[in-house]
Each structure stands twice: as C-alpha cells, then as structure tokens.
Design a binder for this molecule. Structure first.
Ligand SMILES: Cc1ncc(COP(=O)(O)O)c(C=O)c1O
Length: 391
C-alpha cells in the first residue's frame, strides 16, 4: 500500500505567484512601499489605551471553564447588541477564539462530509478554505449586480444553487468588500426563504459597526418570527479594533426548542477545545467599553478616507467609486481597458503601492480594485497620487 501522509482536504496550491513574490520583495526591500490593502487596525495609527487594555487582561485566576464562555463576557456582548436595538439573552451567546473558529464549529455541527454550504461572491476569500478544511463543499452563489449600489443579495441566486445536500447559507452583512447590507425587509426575505428550505443561516456581521448608506436589519427578532435557525457572528477584531485579543462569538437565534438544541451541540463541541483564554474572557466587559472609542476612531477614518477617495475620483473621472452601503472597503472601477490583475501589478512594480484586484474577491464582470478605508489618510492620499501618476 502506498500511503499518502496528507488529507485531500488540505491539498491547496500554496505556491507563490509572480505578484506575491513581488509583494514580498517590495515589503522587505523598498522603504517607499505603501499598502492600501491594510485591514489590521492595530497597524493603522489609531490610538489604543495600552495601559487600560493591559489592566483589563490581568485577571488570570480562577480557571473555571464554561464551554459557552464566562457569563459576564456574554452579558456584555448582549448589552452591546442592545445598543444596536436588539434584545438578546446571554444564554444565546457562545464565545469562540475568532470568527474562523465560529465557522468551523458551525460547519461541524451542521454538515456531514460532502454536504454543501452556500457561499456568496464577491465576498471574503477565506470562505472556500474554511469549508474545505471541514470536509464540506462550498457552493458559490453570486450577489446580483446592480448599477447602484453595486451588489445586492438575491434570493433567486441562492435558490438556483441549492441542492438536496445543502445545509446552510452564509450571508455577510455588511459584506466584504462590496458592503452589501441587508435591511429588515431583505433580511426577512432571506431568512424566510432559508427556513422554508430548512437551511441554517450563518449571518456574518463582523462589520456591523461600520454602516454606510444602508441600515442593517435585526436578524434575531426575524429568526424568532420566521421560526428559522440563524447564527449571527461577531467579534472584537472588527467591533473593537482588537484582532490580536482573539475573541469572537456566535449568537443563536430561532424558536426556543431548535435554538436550545443548537446551543447544546455547540457547547459540546466547544467543550472539546475550550479555546478562548481566561484573561480575554474576564476582560471582555472592559474591552467592550474600551472598544467604543477605538471603533469611533475607525468610523471617523472611514468617512474621511471615503471623502478623499470621492474627491480623487472626481478629479480622475476615468475611475469610479461605488457607493458604500457598509463595511470598511471601497471598490473602485478602473478606467476602460484596464485589467485589474495587470493594473495592480503595474502599480506595485512601478509605484510600490499595493491594492487588491477585484478578482481576489471574485468580482468577475468588471475590472475593479479594492482599497481599505482604514489606512492612514496620508497613506491613502499618497497611494492615490501614485495611481494617478501611472497614466
Ligand atoms: C467577512 C469577514 N468575516 C470574518 C472575518 C475575520 O474575523 P476574525 O478576525 O474574527 O476571524 C473577516 C476578516 O476580514 C471578514 O472580512
């Protein structure tokens, strides 16, 4: 027997591309390099109350593991949702070490091997990896392309991709990078349809605190009313600008009996890992409080950068910026005849500036680039200046 050491699930091509090689080279060797894809708030010159964060994290005793996470942490997360006008009981919340772990728990709970999960596109590129790592099949479904605001969630598109093996659907609101945000009416339609198909809804709301022109609906109330099983994902990484502290959560919504079953199963799984550290759990009430100011700084930066980008597009009308329903990315359409992959390579090679090509997020029908709106404004301005100088 010739055995293979490795599973087929993790057989991805991890080879370098010309672009990734050049990016690494520029990062390491070019002092003029600037990164307009930066999505890590701890590296974007926001002011963090270092001392207060350290004090909050100083409680390390006792170790009393609760698979759902310690109660005060869950209470503070329920209070956070209250500020979003949502009524959530701490018993509906389960802590995880990040959103990726939340996804892995949900796929384990919902899917047997070869079952399917509907994944939106354009969206977060990590989804296909997260599903495959669990032995689950990700089935892409497109957001509908609209002239304005750009992309919309579309029930017909989800319906066209469902099969008897489908167990759940991922919806990201606000979506990364299109910002697509489902209001109450759209969310009700999505949740009602999913309940009718007996699909669980995984609603990724990590960008909930960064609204643009669209208001997000209330999934927990809708889940109860529509008797649907809905899992809402959030975390400190975006809502408090603290990705390094590794705390995410799942809120379980739906009618009492099914909700309890889901919470029991998730707790059982979580008990096998107990991956959320005690210091961060104890610190969560304080961190939710500290996070408000960090979040405000990020919100201000996003709006300021968005204005800069709009002004720049007015001065450079061959580029068009899509309006932002929510989230912290901007999508900018390239001048006619510019291919996104060639453009980002040229910008990096000639001008030492990195932006993401639209294809990276499966934006297929137009040539666009994606820019993070949390980068320092002077870096954004310098990047835009370099982009204009390419022509
Ligand atoms: C849609 C979406 N979900 C989840 C995450 C990751 O969140 P976490 O840091 O909690 O794993 C990201 C990160 O950019 C994201 O874009």
């Amino acid at each position: 027997v010739v055995r293979n050491y490795f599973s087929k699930r993790i057989g991805w091509d991890v080879g370098e591309t010309d672009y990734s090689r050049l990016l690494e080279h520029k990062r390491l060797n070019d002092p003029a390099f600037i990164d307009l894809t930066l999505s890590n708030p701890t590296q974007a010159d926001f002011s963090y109350p270092q001392q207060k964060i350290q004090e909050a994290l100083s409680h390390v005793q006792p170790y009393q593991p609760d698979p759902r996470g310690c109660l005060p942490a869950r209470v503070s997360i329920a209070e956070y949702y209250q500020s979003h006008a949502r009524k959530i009981h701490p018993g509906q919340i389960l802590l995880t070490s990040c959103t990726s772990e939340a996804y892995s728990f949900l796929f384990k709970m919902l899917c047997d091997s070869k079952d399917e999960i509907l994944i939106p596109f354009p969206s977060y590129p990590l989804f296909s990896i997260l599903v495959e790592a669990e032995g689950v099949t990700g089935v892409p479904y497109p957001l509908a392309r609209k002239e304005l605001p750009g992309w919309e969630w579309d029930v017909a598109s989800a319906a066209a991709n469902i099969s008897p093996a489908t167990r759940g659907i991922i919806i990201v609101s606000p979506n990364n990078p299109t910002g697509t945000t489902l209001d109450d009416e759209e969310l009700r339609q999505a949740i009602r349809w999913s309940a009718h198909q007996r699909l669980a809804v995984i609603l990724d709301e990590v960008f909930l605190d960064y609204p643009g022109m669209q208001r997000a609906g209330n999934p927990i109330q809708i889940a109860e009313e529509e008797e649907a099983l809905v899992f809402v994902l959030g975390g400190l990484s975006k809502c408090a600008g603290l990705p390094q502290l590794k705390l995410g959560w799942i809120v379980v919504g739906g009618p009492e009996s099914i909700r309890q079953q889901a919470i029991q199963r998730l707790s059982f799984l979580s008990d096998a890992y107990l991956s959320v550290g005690t210091p961060v759990q104890f610190a969560t009430p304080e961190l939710m409080w500290i996070g408000k100011d960090i979040r405000t700084q990020i919100q201000i930066r996003i709006r300021q950068n968005e204005r800069k980008l709009q002004e720049w597009c007015e001065a450079n009308p061959a580029f068009t910026i899509f309006p932002r329903p929510g989230g912290w990315y901007a999508i900018c359409r390239l001048p006619d005849g510019e291919e996104d992959d060639r453009f980002v390579y040229r910008l990096l090679e000639d001008k030492s500036a990195a932006v993401h090509p639209g294809y990276f997020y499966d934006i297929e029908d137009i040539n666009a680039i994606v820019i993070s709106l949390i980068v320092e404004t002077k870096i954004l301005e310098e990047g835009l200046h370099r982009m204009a100088a390419l022509f």
